[in-house]
Design a protein around this ligand. Structure first.
Ligand SMILES: C[S@@+](CC[C@H](N)C(=O)[O-])C[C@H]1O[C@@H](n2cnc3c(N)ncnc32)[C@H](O)[C@@H]1O
Length: 284
């Protein structure tokens, strides 16, 4: 009973404005909440740790490096899950969207807004004049959804960049677009683990076929493969490929396209090379 009372008080964030000023209290409070949450078998809270971002978190490491060098201030993350990246991105304003977040949205890092909904509903809701500098696309890992997220994001992107997660599947099983089917096929093949990247890789094919106004690099190594995308010319309009063109991009199989490794049109780069080229291009 006492525990429930305490939980209610904490969840309502009654003392948050005061306690959040001192990291020390915030840490203690989060630890306390997380102890209660694990007793209740709830997922742990989003952990905002001001200070050094652990180097092994490749998404915030890449995003923060660009944010610092390009002096960017507002960030959008599509698909936030437990908030590991969201909490560690060093920006003044952050916006998150996820229909099923695994953290308590009462305890967000300062300067954040969060929408518990799909990315489609989010883009339908926000003002057309809303602008972001940076976006991380890591929601539903299918070509249709990720491509729609990319096009919708560019309609709200000032002059910065978009990072797309999981653009290079680890094998043919991880490339199966339906997550449950991917897991089933992997189990049947007697393989372990649960890597799932869907057919996000086809978005890079659409970039290559239909987006001469965009530039991109696929970062390989030092973490998950991710594709970094930006406009070649500031303000260039980004127009979506047609439904027929998207359907055509669904014809070649993963095995065919990746028969000789990552295809040239992915523009595979090391992390430092990709970030450097993006900074050079956007910084001028
Ligand atoms: C791979 S996780 C995100 C991980 C997170 N970006 C990070 O770096 O820690 C994918 C998330 O996408 C969310 N998701 C699924 N469908 C979505 C949709 N239509 N719109 C937005 N998010 C979605 C899922 O609920 C899940 O939390």
């Amino acid at each position: 009973m006492r525990q429930r009372h305490l939980w209610n008080q904490i969840a309502n964030g009654f003392a948050r404005p005061f306690l959040d000023r001192w990291g020390h209290f915030r840490e203690d409070r989060e630890d306390g909440i997380n102890r209660l949450r694990s007793l209740a078998e709830l997922p742990l809270l989003l952990k905002h740790r001001p200070g050094t971002v652990p180097d092994e978190l490749w998404s915030p490491r890449r995003i923060n490096a660009l944010v610092r060098q390009l002096h960017l201030t507002s960030y959008l993350e599509i698909g936030v899950l437990e908030g590991e990246t969201f909490a560690n991105v060093e920006v003044r304003r952050r916006y998150g969207v996820d229909p099923d977040p695994l953290f308590d949205a009462v305890l967000l890092p300062r300067g954040s807004k969060f929408a518990v909904m799909t990315s489609d509903a989010f883009f339908a809701m926000i003002r057309p004049s809303q602008r972001f500098d940076v976006a991380f696309i890591d929601g539903l890992h299918t070509v249709e959804q990720t491509y729609r997220d990319l096009i919708n994001t560019f309609a709200h992107l000032r002059g910065g960049f978009v990072l797309i997660d999981d653009t290079v599947p680890s094998d043919e099983y991880s490339a199966i677009p339906d997550q449950q089917e991917s897991f089933r096929a992997r189990d049947e093949a007697g393989l372990e683990g649960r890597p799932w990247h869907g057919d996000v890789w086809r978005v890079v094919m659409l970039l290559d076929r239909h987006h001469p106004e965009l530039e991109w690099r696929t970062i390989i190594g030092e973490g998950n493969p991710q594709t970094l995308v930006w406009r070649r010319r500031r303000g260039a309009k980004v127009t979506a490929a047609s439904a027929d063109e998207i359907a055509l991009a669904k014809q070649p199989t993963y095995t065919e396209v990746f028969a000789n490794g990552v295809p040239d049109f992915f523009k595979a780069s090391s992390e430092s090379q990709a970030l450097g080229e993006c900074v050079q291009s956007l910084g001028h």
